[in-house]
Write a protein of this length. Structure first.
Lengths: 794, 161
């Protein structure tokens, strides 16, 4: 191994060449002979009864091969889509679980709900035919406004969930928290909305399927973050295709951010219909379909209260949240606002008592599920907003109040009052470093200078914690999760000495083909160019849980380490035989087996060759071959933490916000490739700033039409919305995984909304603005300023 | 009804029969099988489909295949001089980790090359950020894309491309 390419090195990416030369292979790129094309007719109404569907005219149009509706699925006894996480409410009862038909049968429940599938010789023919399908709808009143979704008399989304309540869940002891509030010197109260977002991976979701009549095997190509999990759901719950007769391939996937975790109606239909049509079927979402049908993220209405003593020590935190589930419960939707949200409400602080109550509500909107950070950005936004508000109210410096309440470095492992046990961390040096890089001391001078130019300058902190690297399977099981949360790896040497590493993780931008190879290179000494990382195909990789929740390195990387240990252990036996030494005397370093204290050695490649051509080999006690499997189930979550500081200027005349500086200092434990980690942080920050300043999924509250349904209406962050970022690290290695790593994929998005909004409030406080909701668009900010000015004039 | 169309793509003469409504990007992807050019939206906002038509960057989802009749089209597949010699912009993207999932990358690279040439190889950060207005990336936060383009400008000049 060389320092330039092993663990910790800024190795350029193996995968780049194909992406830079136009030779990546995404689902829509696959050439499938005799392919047909699918188009889905979507509901134009948020809530309606389907009185009739007439496909007769459409079926006669040129090129149409077949048309399917929900009734065909009922007749074929196809199961509904599932929610894989059972959350028990505060009375111990499982959440309400309304049926989720793959295609609507008699009711449509959101704009975009799937009504019919047209399969034709070309995509345009399928689309033309869909326009000729006559659906007679009886339009009903829709339940859109989350804040009122649980009110008495709100339109009901499903009869199985009376009052639209999926669960009323709590954590913590309310009476204890109330008692602490009664003794508080100061109570800060905050009402906030965590705005609904649309993930917008740049590659729209796509699916293609082929059915082999001879073998009865199905192949589904899907833009999935977790092909094995998708196959499991389709086999066991939805389509009933035996798992071994269904191959799911997720080839190059153009970003996911959570939205490609779930099992969707369209990919299910493409797979199911392939055997009925008898030809391959391809489908790729148009962007407007992505807006309507990808699972959305966030969407909370929250009231929070923080109790403090006279010195600013946190005594207790109380949080009430209504979380939007949308019209149906998506695959992991129920877990997001409970176990991935309320369990994070301690943040980086010693708050001794926490109570959270979460009510999950059904509405006539697209399903809501995990989106980059999933619950943890929502928690961070609550904590970091209320802490900064408390600091302002008590006239304590925002950094000082945080520091006063940080969990001390000597307290780890630290048991929070909301179930999690943080394994490691050291928070004060992180905020110190962030303040140094952001030149916090010089801020007031910069504010004064900005004021002289007519600008309002603000600075905001966000000190986040996240629990990621999901996670101990037994804990997940106790909490209602329907799957294990381990990861797999297979290291398969070929006789010529090169190696294929099959992982259950999936890379859709995360750079596993490089970082996982660096691990193999470091541990086994195989040159980088002789390592192939294989992922995304259930036919060639061991069952694995896939990529989400910043888990690939902490869990998938750990599985690879376990497999390298098995390779080394077996290699030692073979090497001992070849060198006529005792196994106990053999050591392995930099790709070479040596007899301790001698100059006898044999390189790994020679050991591998001997294992495949075992003419001189310890066959009595060692099998031939060099091919090892490992499964790794983590002992705990991992707990990345950090502090971000955002500095911005607002033009009070236009309400426009310009981010002038952004600093992020993170503790990700040990780092395999700093270049990759920086890229993950950059992207995360921009997604979080997007939430804070511009992004918002907006439904018309009376009709349920998705108003922000295209890139002309939904503001995506662009390059000129940002300065270059300043990043840094403070490492405390994870004590319970073999690489000492934590996750880095979501941190940027988790922390940055609060940093931005705290900066906005800091900028606007001098002119009397009390509260601005996300997204802080120019209009929103301008109206807040005008409101404060009117208030002041009174 | 189909219409015959002929053009030069990456130096090769190509032709085909298309519908009047066939977009240039559909012609490239579906008729020629050149899938390096991507489609990321349906409103000409994302820029994943940018190619060069007669030397200018064009969103290939905004023009019909028949409008490119007789034109010289360059796509991401036609940039590298050889499999081992990337265009300086491609090389700069790789050196600066300016891509993650790779989906927006072809359009980004094509737009960036045009940007460098239009500014006569002289760019600053603010200009690059402003000029990337028509290209969306959801992975990189643009930080490293900006760095890559700034690094590529002098490299393109010295390479004479």
């Amino acid at each position: 191994m060389t320092a330039a390419t092993g663990i910790g090195a800024r190795v350029l990416r193996t995968e780049d060449k194909r992406f830079l030369t136009g030779t990546g292979r995404y689902v829509d790129d696959l050439p499938l002979a005799r392919a047909t094309y699918a188009y889905f007719l979507r509901s134009p109404h948020a809530h309606a009864k389907i009185k009739s569907i007439d496909v007769s005219a459409a079926a006669k149009l040129p090129g149409v091969v077949n048309i399917f509706t929900g009734k065909d699925l009922v007749d074929a006894k196809v199961g509904g889509l599932i929610c894989g996480w059972v959350v028990k409410d505060k009375h111990g009862q499982p959440h309400k679980s309304p049926a989720h038909p793959v295609m609507a049968v008699d009711t449509v429940r959101y704009v975009g709900d799937t009504v019919a599938m047209v399969v034709a010789n070309t995509y345009d023919e399928a689309k033309d035919a869909a326009e000729a399908i006559k659906v007679d709808y009886d339009v009903k009143t829709a339940n859109i406004d989350l804040a009122k979704a649980l009110d008495k008399g709100a339109p009901e989304v499903h009869p199985e969930a009376p009052g639209n309540l999926v669960y009323d869940w709590e954590i913590g002891v309310k009476a204890d928290v109330d008692a602490a509030f009664a003794k508080a010197a100061h109570v800060t109260k905050l009402d906030l909305i965590n705005n609904r977002l649309i993930p917008n991976a740049m590659e729209p979701r796509a699916a293609a399927a082929d059915y082999d009549k001879g073998t009865g095997n199905y192949t589904l190509w899907s833009t999935s973050q977790n092909p094995h999990v998708l196959r499991l759901i389709l086999s066991a719950f939805v389509l009933g295709i035996p798992e071994h007769k269904l191959r799911v391939v997720a080839p190059d996937v153009g970003g996911g951010f959570g939205s490609k975790i779930f099992c969707y109606a369209d990919e299910t239909m493409v797979c199911w219909a392939a055997s009925r049509v008898g030809r391959p079927i391809k489908w790729t979402a148009e962007r407007s379909e992505s807006f309507q049908t990808d699972c959305h993220g966030r969407d909370h209405v929250t009231h929070a209260e923080l109790a403090l003593d006279k010195d600013g020590k946190f005594l207790a935190l109380k949080v009430e949240t209504i979380a939007n589930m949308g019209a149906y419960l998506s695959t992991f939707s129920t877990a997001v606002p409970t176990y991935l949200y309320a369990t994070l409400l301690a943040g980086q602080y010693t708050t001794p008592l926490i109570y959270a109550n979460v009510k999950a509500a059904l509405t006539h909107t697209a399903p809501v599920d995990a989106y980059r950070g999933a619950g943890r950005p929502e928690a961070t936004f609550v904590i970091e907003s209320i802490v900064s508000k408390a600091a302002a109210e008590m006239k304590i410096d925002a950094a000082e109040l945080r520091r006063k309440n940080f969990i001390p470095s000597t307290a780890f492992p630290y048991q929070t009052p909301v179930a999690l046990q943080y394994d490691s961390g050291n928070y004060p040096p992180i905020i110190d470093e962030a303040m140094k890089i952001a030149d916090y001391k010089g801020f007031e001078a910069r504010r004064a200078e900005a004021k002289s130019r007519g600008k309002l300058r603000g600075i905001g902190f966000s000190s986040y914690i996240e629990a990621c690297g999901l996670a101990p399977s037994q804990v997940i099981g106790q909490l209602g999760g329907g799957v294990g949360q381990w990861e797999s790896a297979q290291i398969k040497f070929n006789p010529t000495g090169n190696v294929q590493v099959m992982t259950g993780s999936h890379s859709h931008g995360q750079s596993h083909e490089t970082t996982f190879a660096q691990i193999i290179h470091s541990k086994l000494g195989v040159p980088m160019e002789q390592i192939e990382i294989v992922h995304g195909d259930t036919a060639t990789t061991p069952f694995g849980m896939g990529t989400y929740g910043s888990r690939s390195l902490a869990v998938g990387g750990s599985a690879i380490i376990k497999a390298t240990e098995k390779i080394i252990a077996k290699g030692k036996k073979v090497a001992a035989h070849l060198m006529e030494a005792s196994v106990a005397d053999v050591e392995f370093e930099n790709g070479v087996f040596k007899v301790t204290g001698t100059d006898k050695n044999v390189p790994l490649a020679q050991v591998v060759f001997a294992a495949y051509v075992p003419h001189n080999y310890p066959l009595a006690d060692t099998e031939p071959g060099m091919d090892e499997n490992a499964f790794y189930d983590p002992a705990n979550f991992v707990y990345p933490a950090g502090t971000q500081i955002c500095e911005l200027e607002i033009d009070p005349e236009t309400g426009t916000t310009e981010i002038v500086a952004f600093t992020a200092i993170d503790d990700f434990g040990n780092i395999i490739n700093p270049m990759i980690v920086e890229g993950q942080v950059h992207g995360g920050i921009v997604q979080g700033v997007g939430q804070a300043l511009m992004e918002g999924a907006v439904y018309d509250k009376s009709t349920g039409q998705l108003i922000s349904g295209s890139y002309m209406d939904y503001t995506m962050p662009r390059a000129d919305n940002f300065p270059s970022f300043k990043l840094g690290y403070k490492h405390t290695p994870c004590p319970h995984n073999p690489l000492g790593v934590k996750g880095c994929g979501e941190a940027g998005a988790i922390a940055s909304p609060a940093a931005v909004m705290n900066a906005i409030h800091n900028a606007l406080a001098p002119i009397g603005v009390k509260h601005v909701e996300m997204p802080a668009t120019p209009l929103n900010v301008w109206q807040s300023i005008k409101g404060a000015q009117r208030q002041a004039a009174k | 009804m189909t219409i015959s169309v002929a053009m030069t793509v990456n130096g090769k003469a190509v032709s085909g029969k298309v519908e009047a409504r066939t977009l240039l990007v559909q012609f490239l992807r579906e008729h020629l099988g050149m899938t390096g050019t991507h489609v990321g939206c349906d409103t000409s906002q994302c820029g994943a489909c940018v190619v060069h038509v007669d030397g200018k960057s064009v969103k290939s989802c905004t023009i019909l295949a028949v409008q490119a009749e007789g034109s010289k089209v360059t796509t991401i597949e036609g940039l590298a001089a050889s499999p081992d010699k990337l265009h300086p912009m491609q090389e700069a993207f790789r050196e600066n980790h300016a891509l993650q999932c790779g989906f927006c990358t072809p359009g980004m690279v094509m737009s960036a090359i045009d940007m460098v040439k239009r500014h006569n190889y002289q760019l600053d950060e603010a200009t690059v950020r402003r000029e990337l207005e028509g290209n969306l990336c959801r992975c990189t936060g643009y930080h490293n894309i900006v760095k890559a383009i700034l690094a590529a400008a002098p490299a393109m000049k010295s390479a004479g491309v």
